[in-house]
Unconditional design. Sequence first.
Length: 177
Amino acid sequence: MLSYPCEAPAWVFLINALFDDTPVEDENGVLVAKCHCWQPTETNFSILPGETISGANCVMESGSRGRQMCDRMKAEALASTHRPTGTKLAPLTTAVSEPRTPWAWCFGAPCSKVGDEIICDCPMMITNNALDKSLSLPIDTCQEEFNPCGNIPNSMPAGDGPASYDPGVDACYGYPQ
């Protein structure tokens, strides 16, 4: 199972969150992007990395996934998860970056409360294949002078994402310009 449904209030969302400009090494030597995320309040339901190997928790060797991760979240450990259908957020669009563009994998990443903020440690990744990198972005990002491929984007492995499934998707940013 690649995903696991969970009913716990400690889920964190980051599709329209901001990342610090420079990745840092965590205490285990993993290069992570610090994400300034938010915690939805309209539902306690979210989708976690499943019992098999998947998500940031696998890359970070945290060992917590599926039911174990859900149990930790019920005990108030914060984790970045996928949203269920119906979660309120700004409309999304896509951008297409060249192959091997570095990206942050936040699905299953550990998060913590720092003052009034929720910060998630998302491991930096590079998908080592020749597929274009599809990024999901808040639609208002595309109205700015912004190169999403030159910053730290939250994404999934190359070959996943809206532009990967449907080449006809209108990307707001695509290389080459």
